[in-house]
Design a protein. Structure first.
Length: 307
């Protein structure tokens, strides 16, 4: 990667971080939720290896289902703090929500990001075991986080995909995914696909074992996915990614549901995360929760003993 491109990425990331104080002034964390911040999930001291935990106060003594949240940002920027208000609203519906930080390009490759997610998942698995609970476990990601989560879920269920990435998946079972405005495609001839793949997968990736899987429609990926709830909108600049991927899911028989909001200027890319106070954001969060609950009711209780 050229030094020029690295500096461009770092500047974009720095500008994003500068926007967070204004965001925290604009939004208020919803009441009735406890937020525990910056919990290390690895012992290496990296700030990127931390997570936040959201617990609904009203259900503190109950056996709660779990949601893992993976933030967006095109895999180049973003942070768990940006998703605070979204995660708190999910938690208030009756979930333990773990919001995962991970390293960003150009400081690492996509495969390192997958490893970070799996490292966090192993921490979560052990944390849940300490709580002595049987849990229903789901995951939600937006934009680049949805892309990362899609691949991680497929690696858990496909030894071929995991081996090609040289990644060892977590054994924490993910029962379903919520994928919001997913940046599913890095292989198109567009602004993403023309420059990002070599930075994500490494120089010369086209000759490597993972090359076939850069296409997210590869059968090994799709057939390994758990049930998925897809969210997009007419004003989402990546709507065509979601609509194309939904058709690929249909072809491969992936259990899924699609929520596609009509044209409205406020309903832009990943609006439920970017603008959590919109009524449509509340509708999205509830729809994801309802999808998870419906699956749980049809999966013989849908719980796993954690050890």
């Amino acid at each position: 990667m050229s030094q020029f491109m690295k500096q461009a990425f770092y500047k974009q990331r720095a500008d994003f971080q500068k926007s967070l104080p204004a965001r925290d002034k604009k939004y208020t964390l919803c009441s009735g939720v406890t937020e525990l911040r910056d919990i290390p999930y690895a012992e290496d001291g990296l700030t990127a290896h931390r997570l936040d935990l959201y617990l609904p106060e009203a259900a503190a003594d109950q056996k709660l289902p779990v949601i893992l949240n993976v933030h967006g940002g095109g895999l180049l920027l973003g942070c768990k703090e940006f998703n605070r208000y979204f995660c708190a609203k999910l938690s208030k519906l009756g979930y333990l929500v773990y919001s995962i930080e991970y390293r960003l390009v150009p400081d690492c490759l996509f495969f390192d990001q997958c490893n970070d997610v799996f490292l966090a998942m192993e921490y979560i698995r052990k944390d849940l075991a300490k709580r002595g609970l049987s849990q229903q476990i789901y995951a939600v990601g937006d934009s680049g986080g949805a892309c990362l989560l899609t691949y991680c879920a497929s690696m858990q269920n496909s030894q071929k995909v995991a081996a090609a990435a040289h990644v060892t998946p977590s054994v924490l079972p993910i029962q379903a995914l919520g994928l919001i405005s997913g940046m599913f495609y890095t292989n198109k001839r567009d602004k993403i696909g023309l420059f990002l793949p070599s930075y994500l997968y490494g120089k010369g990736y086209k000759k490597g074992a993972f090359a076939p899987y850069v296409n997210p429609e590869h059968p090994d990926i799709l057939k390994a996915l758990p049930p998925c709830f897809l969210v997009t909108s007419e004003n989402d600049n990546l709507q065509h990614y979601t609509m194309q991927y939904e058709k690929a899911m249909v072809r491969q028989g992936v259990t899924h549901s699609l929520l596609n909001f009509p044209k409205k200027k406020e309903l832009t890319h990943a609006f439920s995360v970017f603008e959590p106070d919109l009524k449509e954001s509340d509708e999205t969060i509830k729809a994801i929760s309802d999808y998870f609950k419906k699956l749980s009711a049809t999966q013989h209780g849908g719980t796993y003993e954690l050890r």
